[in-house]
Design a binder for this molecule. Structure first.
Ligand code: COA
Length: 158
């Protein structure tokens, strides 16, 4: 039996779930600020243990972005990721204004395309839509951008 808990994700659980799927490590400050500024978080519990999570970042009206959708490897492919994704979408629909269109989006990890397609996402670019684009900024001392390229590390995990 899986239970979803809203907006109670703590830093240790967050860092541990990220580590379980080899996402790149975050500092505690980074994790704390990221969680605090999330619009919504969900944790999936199974037998009292946190087995998955997902969160929404964005503005709640125009764009809502799925971040850190994570299911521990030992409980993947049991429908928990799908349940979390559907529940994140429900939140976005509740938040948005009637009669408007909201962008519900994400960056897909390699090999997860089929999972997201099953849940209604399309992959860009299409004939009409350009590609999603990203820049990884490495922050050095005094808040300055460092030139060191860490995108290779990022590719190993979100
Ligand atoms: C992607 C992820 C969230 C999916 O969660 P899940 O609980 O395993 O997914 P569900 O059980 O709800 O859905 C399973 C279906 O999605 C698809 N799917 C899920 N994981 C897949 C994978 N690794 N490769 C291919 N298809 C996959 C399949 O169609 C699968 O159906 P099937 O088991 O009948 O073949 C989970 O695998 C995960 O946390 N992965 C590691 C972290 C990650 O990459 N997160 C996504 C970042 S964009």
């Amino acid at each position: 039996m899986v239970q979803l808990v809203e907006d109670k994700l703590d830093i240790d659980t967050y860092l541990e779930l990220r580590e379980s799927v080899h996402f790149h490590p975050l500092t505690r400050d980074q994790a704390e600020k990221g969680l605090k500024n999330s619009l919504y978080t969900l944790v999936a519990y199974q037998d009292g243990r946190a087995v998955g999570m997902g969160r929404i970042v964005g503005d709640g009206a125009i764009i809502c972005y799925v971040q850190d959708l994570i299911i521990r490897p030992e409980v993947q492919r049991q429908g928990i990721g799908g349940l979390l994704l559907d529940s994140l979408k429900d939140f976005v629909i509740r938040e948005a204004y009637e009669g408007t269109m909201v962008m519900f989006d994400l960056m897909c990890a390699i090999g997860r395309e089929e999972f997201y397609k099953k849940h209604g996402f399309i992959s860009r670019p299409t004939k009409e839509l350009g590609p999603g684009m990203i820049q990884y900024l490495t922050i050095g001392e005094s808040g300055k951008e460092k030139t060191e390229d860490i995108s290779g590390d990022i590719k190993k995990g979100e």
